[in-house]
Write a protein of this length. Structure first.
Length: 227
């Protein structure tokens, strides 16, 4: 006799929380996320379907495998994971879609939509103005980390709003202080119109890069023509 799990038929898709690293494709055309544990081998988009990380042909989530997306029910439980070695990750609020298996603390499920990404502070302690190259990544993807305007310097980076637009599917990205960094929907991406907060962030990043380049030029000038 096979054990059958109880079935649920919710009127609305469940909500869950998880942590992940934001990623940017090597050519700068796509943005998404990658998991902090086993799922890190399979980066995913804002709206995506899970696959088996072991390469098996069954659909996720399978009862006899640990494949599929994972999330917890409680936001505080996900935030607590940021106290580990994954402090540079971002907090995601997701909609659980498709088939799922419910556990005491969360879900393992087939599809998801990332609704909101909350970015922590820069490593220097200042509020994040951008997501910049963290210095490591996955094949074909750079991992990004929170950075203030002063710490971006010459690194590859995106403002929070620019990351949201590139990721698409109505993703909202917030700074750790709760300020909304991108509006839902794709209107701005289509029209190219920027709000005041985004213009301010873009200007701060440009100024920080200009200051960095001027510093480098000044150092070259001090060395003289012979280096």
């Amino acid at each position: 006799m096979r054990l059958r799990l109880p079935e649920e038929h919710p009127t609305e898709p469940p909500t869950g929380y998880k942590i992940a690293y934001p990623v940017l494709s090597h050519d700068g055309t796509r943005a998404g996320f990658t998991g902090v544990s086993l799922g890190g081998a399979l980066p995913y988009g804002v709206l995506d379907e899970a696959g088996c990380v072991y390469g098996r042909r069954h659909s996720a989530p399978h009862r006899r495998c640990d494949c599929g997306f994972h999330c917890v029910h409680d936001r505080a439980a996900a935030e607590a994971l940021l106290c580990t070695e994954h402090a540079a990750a971002v907090l995601l609020e997701v909609t659980v879609l498709g088939a799922y298996i419910r556990f005491e603390l969360g879900f393992r499920y087939a599809r998801q939509r990332v609704r909101t990404a909350t970015v922590g502070r820069c490593a220097c302690g200042a509020p994040a103005a951008a997501l910049a190259d963290a210095g490591w990544g996955r094949p074909g993807r750079r991992v990004l980390a929170a950075a203030c305007a002063g710490c971006v310097r010459g690194r590859t980076s995106l403002t929070l709003a620019a990351f949201a637009r590139l990721a698409g599917e109505g993703l909202r990205v917030r700074a750790g202080d709760g300020a909304l960094a991108a509006v839902p929907g794709g209107a701005q991406a289509l029209t190219g119109v920027l709000d005041v907060s985004e213009l301010t962030a873009e200007a701060a990043l440009l100024q920080a890069r200009l200051d960095w380049f001027q510093t480098q030029l000044a150092r070259l000038g001090e060395r003289g023509p012979e280096g």
